[in-house]
Write a protein of this length. Structure first.
Length: 534
């Protein structure tokens, strides 16, 4: 009897980078909770279920002195990953076709283990092996990332999956299965009333969500043989059974009770003092669907109250601006700030307000905390003079008030999802230099119409001109980039027009292309794609 083909060989999962899985994210959360994780500049990383390397390879290029290993049971995914490796010359990265059930102890020890989009889509026995592998292969101060679907949110979504799986089971071709499943859902949504009917409302909402998703995502997330959500408290129990413990979430703000409405937060605080129970109650309130959990060995000593000395080890980023353009940034008057997603926070101390202005000016690049504090003080002569006088009369090593205030406010901002922390400085150029460049992998991705990953490990939407410019960002100057684009136009690879009319070759075309190149470089730098010191 022939073995059932691997569904990811038949329909590969699209290449993606997931910033929440980056060692920088894992190390930052670990640092905040009192661990001393391995420096990410020289670390060892394993990804279980690596696909074609879209998540792991950008990490390897960003951290050339670290080592990266990816395993996947799909022969097609590993073949595609190795093919790209051959072209981009990443010596610190390797890929193996290997099922996690066959992962032997001798495979190695790793400082960071990533398992994204796998745990819920495999049988229970494999889930236990994933956690066992984390225990066996994780370094003493290591951190692992595991994502999974959760109840209670998946109770309702599971109903939709059951409908799709039942109808699609009679079809063999993946594309047909998906098309038929979606068609049945649309039929039900039109047939089932939504007024005072939770079933109809849920059907309509799910269809609206699916219309925004890639078909490959829907095929693997909804129509795979296995999709086994779990309650968080059950997942935490499994960790304990495997000698592991809950460290936190990759998005640490989801752990902060104060992000709920005041009365809800008060009730949650009164229900329990136990962290696991509190996280479970928050899932009940949110009807949570998905978690991205960080774990570590059960013997690791954690500090659940974030100390300000931890912030002083990190780099800070943020993009907050005052709601009122005439806000006073030099007094203690409260100022309301808005973030990019449109959320608001009120802060009052001038040292913090100056710090936020510096972060906004630097965005999207980060700044070392010590440098942020020093620059903020320089903008406030009165605060700086007071701090200097206090330091002169205080015991050595004493933290001044401005330092402590800024650190505490940044912690509150981070827990509220307004401020970002990182263990490493930004690797990209805030502005394009005279010889802008990017890595071999990015240029390969641009040339082969693959998703582009920036130096913040984010997927960046780009257009045809962006790709053309990226292909040539190898350190050549702006004039040479203009010549490359002009050559592409001459070869018919790119058509230029203004007001619907093509631009003929000549000086007008050169001026037009020069302006396009300058605008494109500025945009790519703002997106974090251009390497630093370009």
């Amino acid at each position: 009897m022939n073995a059932k083909p691997n569904s990811y060989d038949v329909t590969p999962y699209p290449r993606h980078a997931f910033p929440q899985t980056h060692p920088d994210t894992l190390a930052t959360v670990a640092t905040l909770f009192g661990m001393s994780p391995a420096p990410i500049e020289k670390c060892r990383v394993l990804e279980i279920g690596c696909g074609s390397g879209g998540n792991l390879m950008p990490m390897a290029e960003q951290l050339p002195e670290s080592t990266f290993a990816g395993i996947d049971s799909s022969s097609r995914a590993i073949h595609d990953a190795r093919a790209i490796l051959d072209h981009v010359d990443l010596k610190n990265c390797r890929f193996e076709q290997l099922d996690v059930m066959n992962l032997e102890p001798g495979f190695g020890e790793f400082d960071y283990i990533i398992c994204h989009g796998v745990f819920s889509w495999v049988p229970t026995v494999v889930q236990h092996r994933i956690l066992d592998s984390c225990k066996r292969h994780l370094a003493p101060h290591g951190v692992a990332y595991v994502s999974y679907n959760t109840y209670p949110g998946w109770h309702l979504r599971g109903l939709i999956r059951d409908v799709m799986v039942y109808h699609a089971a009679r079809y063999d071709e993946p594309a047909v299965r998906l098309r038929q499943a979606k068609a049945l859902l649309e039929f039900l949504a039109q047939s089932v009333p939504t007024k005072n009917n939770a079933y109809g409302i849920n059907l309509k909402r799910e269809i609206e969500l699916m219309q925004k998703k890639d078909d490959n995502y829907l095929l693997h997330d909804y129509l795979e043989e296995y999709n086994l959500p779990i309650y968080f408290h059950d997942f935490a129990a499994r960790l304990r059974q495997n000698g592991l413990q809950y460290l936190g979430e990759s998005h640490i703000s989801s752990m902060w009770v104060e992000n709920f409405r005041t009365d809800v937060a008060k009730t949650l605080r009164g229900l329990t003092k136990d962290l696991i129970q509190c996280e479970q109650y928050m899932d009940f309130v949110r009807n949570r669907l998905f978690r991205q959990t960080l774990i570590c060995h059960d013997y690791a000593k954690l500090q659940r109250t974030i100390q300000t000395d931890r912030i002083r080890q990190l780099h800070v980023t943020g993009h907050l601006e005052p709601v009122r353009p005439d806000a006073d940034l030099f007094s203690s008057a409260p100022v309301e700030y808005k973030s990019q997603p449109g959320r608001k926070i009120t802060l009052g101390h001038p040292i913090t307000k100056q710090g936020l202005q510096i972060l906004k000016d630097r965005w999207p690049a980060n700044i070392n905390y010590a440098d942020l504090l020093a620059e903020a003080k320089q903008r406030l002569p009165a605060v700086n003079a007071f701090a200097a006088a206090s330091a002169a009369s205080s015991p050595a090593g004493t933290t001044d008030a401005a330092d402590e205030t800024l650190a505490l406010d940044l912690i509150a901002g981070h827990l509220g999802d307004f401020i970002g922390f990182s263990v490493r400085p930004s690797a990209f150029a805030h502005l394009p230099g005279p010889h802008p460049r990017t890595g071999n992998l990015t240029r390969y991705e641009a040339a082969h119409n693959l998703p582009i990953t920036n130096l913040r490990h984010e997927n960046v939407p780009i257009n045809k001109v962006d790709r053309l410019v990226l292909e040539h960002l190898d350190g050549r100057d702006h004039a040479a980039l203009v010549e490359a684009v002009l050559a592409a136009v001459a070869e018919g690879k790119l058509t230029l027009s203004t007001n619907g009319q093509p631009i003929a070759a000549g000086e007008q075309q050169r001026r037009f292309v020069t302006e396009i190149v300058n605008q494109t470089l500025a945009r790519l730098a703002a997106c974090g794609v251009v390497a630093g010191n370009g």
